[in-house]
Design a protein around this ligand. Structure first.
Ligand code: TMP
Ligand code: ASP
Length: 236
């Protein structure tokens, strides 16, 4: 059956999700729009949608090959992919290998300090509240996930970190930290959302040059070039 795009189900800051004529499949459209600081800073990054669509497709395929189930099905065109219709769990799962961003600020640590073991953080996905940091007890009390699901989320996120860290290292990139979102599909927890320079901090392995959304957040310039550089490296 030919896939037909139907109604827009949801519009986020960087993507739109559409229902389709196939009940368990959605279409994701990646936008060039960029925001930071919970939408306070707004802009656009040239060709970001194209880069993030392609890069997410490559990384989701890599993770599938490593046995980590995710929502990716196929690329539809330059800016769109077909995905499994998951119900998103309203949690942001952050993994950190090196101190940066909000962790540096919150704990008064120097950005760039390596962490002895990866740090996993949960944030409650809620724009009005600015995605506050929460812990396992909040998650259970708010019934966002049960204990087994929390353990599964943690295990999956740490496994994903191992795969991505090695992959990026081979491309001369350091995976500093990243954010994941998961969803429920046929009662299983699977990886969803995107994996891109919007959602990962990636530094050049030798120079530590920032090649991710921090260039936009911090007005460092050459934002589009950085996104394209990351895509070029992972495609070669
Ligand atoms: P943070 O240091 O600002 O908490 O960000 C940690 C990681 O999560 C970083 O790789 C960027 C990513 N991230 C998102 O994908 N979306 C967000 O809204 C925020 C704040 C961070
Ligand atoms: N995407 C987030 C926002 O606008 C923040 C970020 O990525 O820094 O709120």
């Amino acid at each position: 059956m030919e896939l037909v795009k139907l109604d827009m189900l949801y519009e986020g800051k960087a993507k739109k999700i559409y229902t389709t004529n196939i009940t368990n499949q959605f279409i994701v459209t990646y936008k060039d729009d960029a925001t930071a600081f919970n939408g306070e800073k707004k802009g656009s990054i040239g060709e970001k949608g194209v880069v993030n669509n392609k890069m997410s497709a490559i990384l989701f395929q890599l993770l599938s090959e490593k046995g980590i189930e995710n929502h990716y099905i196929s690329l539809l065109n330059e800016r769109e992919m077909v995905v499994k219709a998951v119900k998103i769990i309203p949690l942001e799962v952050i993994i950190r290998n090196v101190v940066a961003g909000s962790m540096a600020k919150r704990l008064g640590l120097e950005e760039g300090s390596p962490l002895k073991t990866p740090v996993l953080e949960f944030c409650y996905k809620n724009d009005e509240l600015g995605d506050p940091l929460i812990n396992d007890d909040h998650i259970m009390a708010l019934q966002l996930a049960d204990l087994t699901q929390i353990q599964q989320l943690k295990q999956m996120a740490l496994n994903i970190n191992k795969v991505l860290q090695q992959f990026f290292f081979n491309k001369e990139l350091r995976l500093i930290d990243f954010k994941l979102e998961f969803g429920l599909f046929e009662d299983r927890i699977i990886l969803a959302d995107e994996i891109s320079p919007d959602t990962c901090r990636l530094w050049d392995l030798t120079t530590n040059e920032k090649l991710d959304k921090d260039r936009f957040r911090r007005d460092l310039g050459n934002v589009e070039e950085a996104y394209k550089e990351v895509l070029n490296r992972i495609m070669n």
